[in-house]
Design a binder for this molecule. Structure first.
Ligand code: GRF
Length: 190
């Protein structure tokens, strides 16, 4: 199976996924797609010799532009890893249960519009949560509202800064996201 990873920024998850699937018999990363030319994820992809494409918001939202591009890379699964554009409905329909996202909180808490990156960790801190974590979910029409596949938690003492929480979350993501993706790919019937 071929995986396209969609990114907008740093790309640490993207790189973990590339590394993980370099040794997998079930799938390979065939494309890194970014809506930002300056995403560091693109540098990481090139280092691993993975094809990259940069697309505008307009290109991404146009059926007859984005679908042929994904087909060019024989895309079976779309993995979101810090991708900040909304996924258009036609893509969600075409790739039903084949688009997976990771969110850096225990959804449904701290999800939805505006809840991304450090905003999430600051909100978790302000709410004085006793735990936080990550959620891997299918992508549907509702922002952060798709069916939950897996969650992993980490306790909070209250003394962590938002930056500390971000680091804890990245560790959880590194440990779990690639393996959860691999299990989904293995267990998905066509
Ligand atoms: C991750 O925390 C992920 O949960 C969220 O965006 C962040 C991306 O980080 N969706 P990176 O670009 O993979 O370093």
């Amino acid at each position: 199976k071929n995986i396209a990873v969609f990114v907008s920024g740093n790309g640490s998850n993207c790189e973990n996924i590339i590394r993980h699937f370099a040794h997998s018999e079930d799938a390979r990363v065939s494309l890194i797609l970014s809506n930002r030319q300056d995403a560091y994820a693109l540098t990481r992809a090139q280092k691993h010799g993975i094809s990259t494409e940069v697309v505008s918001k307009e290109f991404f939202s146009t059926h007859d532009k984005i679908i042929p591009l994904l087909e060019k890379y024989d895309t079976d699964f779309i993995i979101l890893a810090g991708f900040l554009l909304i996924i258009p409905d036609f893509l969600i329909k075409k790739y039903n249960r084949h688009i997976i996202n990771i969110h850096p909180s225990l959804l449904p808490k701290f999800g939805g519009k505006g809840m991304y990156g450090m905003n999430v960790h600051r909100a978790v801190k302000e709410a004085d949560e006793k735990e936080t974590g990550i959620t891997v979910h299918y992508v549907n029409e509702e922002c952060d509202g798709g069916e939950i596949i897996a969650q992993f938690k980490t306790p909070l003492t209250g003394s962590e800064s938002a930056e500390d929480i971000a680091e804890m979350i990245h560790k959880l993501e590194k440990t779990h996201y690639p393996t959860v993706i691999e299990n989904i790919i293995k267990n998905t019937q066509y």
